[in-house]
Design a protein. Structure first.
Length: 212
């Protein structure tokens, strides 16, 4: 989905938005690797040191880090910290409670969407956090192998929807609105796609893009 959404971002925003999606994918790879949770936590701590704390002794020669240091806007580290914290819920040994799932959605999804929205997200934090939380929970539900966890992630997303359904506004946030439009029917109906981004999702994206 990220590559498709980038096509709807303003041209000037695409390099930055691509970097944000790539960062989330790099963190996801840590979670997918599995193994010792302590090692995964150390890997996440490395990203925190580089992107949040600004440790210049680390990351030299790493393309994503170098690019981040070139183009990251002021204040990006705060949203990056939330994104990294969200992935910490996934790599822990502890089973995730419903509260953990809610916090995971707000941290990972809210952090990622805040990074992408940039300055546009400053005055609409609630909408950005809401849309990001729903997307993160949908993404988890459609990728995790634990069916019970997948169903609970979907249920938590439905609870969040009942609390409000605001969408981010502004041109830089257009990809976020489209992501929201694509996943919303799945959440409302309680349907979990089993074959990835399907023709149905393509159709939703096209219709949503025509509506703005």
């Amino acid at each position: 989905m990220p590559r498709l959404l980038l096509a709807y971002a303003p041209a000037t925003e695409r390099p930055w938005q691509l970097l944000c999606w790539l960062l989330d994918q790099r963190l996801a790879a840590i979670a997918r690797r599995g193994g010792d949770p302590t090692i995964a936590a150390i890997r996440l701590a490395w990203w925190d040191a580089v992107l949040v704390e600004g440790d210049l002794t680390k990351g030299s020669g790493e393309p994503l880090v170098e690019r981040w240091r070139e183009i990251a806007p002021p204040g990006a580290s705060k949203a990056a910290e939330r994104l990294i914290d969200g992935w910490r819920y996934i790599v822990t040994e502890e089973a995730m409670s419903d509260d953990d799932l809610r916090d995971y959605g707000r941290a990972r999804g809210g952090g990622l969407f805040a990074l992408i929205a940039g300055d546009e997200g400053d005055h609409q934090q609630q909408a950005v956090n809401q849309a990001g939380s729903l997307w993160a929970l949908w993404d988890l539900a459609t990728h995790v192998r634990d069916d019970a966890l997948s169903r609970r992630a979907l249920a938590v997303a439905q609870q969040l929807m009942a609390e409000g359904n605001a969408r981010p506004s502004g041109a830089p946030a257009r990809p976020l609105r489209l992501a929201h439009a694509v996943i919303l029917p799945d959440l409302k109906r309680g349907n979990l796609p089993t074959s990835g981004f399907s023709p149905t999702h393509y159709a939703r994206l096209l219709i949503a893009s025509l509506r703005g």
